[in-house]
Design a protein around this ligand. Structure first.
Ligand code: ZN
Length: 91
């Protein structure tokens, strides 16, 4: 079966089909999310707040998003973004 996935949006943008059901019936919506590190050692760490754009498949519900580039170092280091939470400082 040929994979014809080169559909475009009204403004000429490329539409990537759903990775689960291959539908292009999707909606892009703004989201606010809190990313938490898993594991007991991370229970006391505040999460990382992110505002990604969600692409939701309106057929099966499969969703995908990209974490903003500014938050990637915090994910890579396992350290949350600076907030009003008490910073971990060792003397
Ligand atoms: Zn789908």
């Amino acid at each position: 079966m040929a994979c014809n996935s080169s559909e475009t949006t009204d403004d000429g943008g490329f539409v990537m089909p759903c990775l689960s059901c291959a539908s292009t019936y999707q909606a892009e919506i703004a989201a606010e999310m809190m990313i938490h590190f898993s594991g007991l050692k991370n229970l006391d760490k505040p999460g990382i707040r992110a505002f990604p754009k969600l692409v939701v498949c309106l057929v099966c519900g499969f969703s995908r998003f990209t974490v903003p580039e500014s938050e990637l170092p915090f994910l890579a280091n396992g350290a949350p973004a600076r907030e009003n939470a008490t910073p971990e400082r060792c003397l």
